[in-house]
Design a protein. Structure first.
Length: 145
């Protein structure tokens, strides 16, 4: 764990993926980056090209030129947490639950998919409540193997 350059909290989880690559994910503010996400890099530029406008508007570049984006967390059988809003001044975290696909719906989904996201279950959380949003979809109940 380290101090997050975006929110200043101490809940920033760092993981060495390889000798060259480290990822950072802040449970406090919900932003993430890696040592490959350097401003102007191919990866940062591709991420910018494919990100929704709101994510682009609220991204953060730290003093080491690492680009931090808000995270989207998806647990296929539990739910999803994502950014929801209309502008950099008007957004919150949103959490939706996953529900089982019914037999009537089965033909519309890939064979191995058992759940779908239920937009009717949407709950919004303040910017500083990212962990609560994760908790609402059972993120901390997932068994790590």
């Amino acid at each position: 764990m380290s101090i997050c350059p975006h929110c200043g909290g101490n809940a920033c989880y760092e993981q060495a993926v390889s000798e060259e690559v480290t990822t950072s994910f802040c449970f406090g503010c919900g932003y993430s980056t890696s040592t490959l996400m350097i401003e102007g890099s191919e990866l940062a530029n591709k991420t910018l090209e494919t990100s929704p406008e709101l994510y682009k508007d609220v991204m953060f570049i730290d003093e080491d030129s690492k680009v931090w984006f808000p995270s989207t967390v998806t647990l296929p059988t539990k739910g999803m947490v994502f950014l929801d809003g209309t502008s950099k001044d008007n957004w919150k975290w949103a959490a939706i639950k996953a529900i089982e696909i019914t037999e009537e719906e089965r033909a519309k989904f890939p064979k191995d998919q058992t759940h779908k996201m239920d937009m009717k279950s949407i709950n919004q959380f303040e910017r500083e409540d990212f962990m609560e949003a994760l908790d609402s979809i059972g993120f901390f109940d997932v068994e790590v193997v």
